[in-house]
Design a protein around this ligand. Sequence first.
Ligand SMILES: Nc1ncnc2c1ncn2[C@@H]1O[C@H](COP(=O)(O)OP(=O)(O)O)[C@@H](O)[C@H]1O
Ligand SMILES: [Mg+2]
Length: 252
Amino acid sequence: MLDAMSDKLAIEVEKVSFNYAKLKALSDLSLRIPRGISFGVLGPNGAGKTTLIRLLVGLLKQKEGRIQLLGQHPTRQMAHLIGYMPQQHSLYNELSVAQNVDFFAKIYRLKNRTERAKRVEEVLRLVNLWERRNDGIMKLSGGMKQRVSLACAIVHNPPLLFLDEPTVGLDPELRANFWQHFANLNSRGVTIIVSSHTMDDAAHCNRLAFLRSGRVIAEGTPLQLCQATGKPDATLEEAFLYFVRREGKNDA
Ligand SMILES: Nc1ncnc2c1ncn2[C@@H]1O[C@H](COP(=O)(O)OP(=O)(O)O)[C@@H](O)[C@H]1O
Ligand SMILES: [Mg+2]
């Protein structure tokens, strides 16, 4: 039964802890994320969101606990199954918009030139930057750079997408636009793990984990988390505070 369930999971994290020297960034963290959804990791600065994502994409070495991606122990050979948009964009200023996306496509083993060019056009149209394809990165606004960064993360059609605070600094229209992209990707079976510190983003996710001081203090659908407060009209913000207080009481 458990194995049948594991097959449907995109990600399984079991009792993972992570320290930076003496600082405990994640403690005993467990998550089970079904395939094809947008899963939000919500929490304030320093909660451990980036650390968790970097562990999942293999940029940090996991030492304690167990991580499974698509039912397998993660290996280097799985890199092409993963798309990653870091919190700070890592675009090349000396390359144009299209060259940046093409560069990532090459890294991800899209070897056929014609196919690659087609895919670069597809993703740049998706993020509404096809018209700006020949511009240098320096000429772009912050929101545009974020869209190029998203294009780079999805160019190889990965089934797992990790987005670290992708909507920070976006205006409401662009933010809505991003969420529309994410929903489209979900409908094609892509699992998205997205971190954020705003409850506005949280409401768009199918499921959420509230993260605080390296611990998951609650997990569920946005509705479940709001209902858990016992207040019929609770907002996600109130739900977060409710779980923070509850955690405080448990610690005492
Ligand atoms: N490279 C690092 N070296 C030492 N401490 C770090 C490093 N990166 C993050 N931290 C610390 O780990 C904790 C979690 O950070 P982070 O995962 O970046 O949180 P978030 O992304 O939720 O803001 C914080 O206390 C932060 O200061
Ligand atoms: Mg972060």
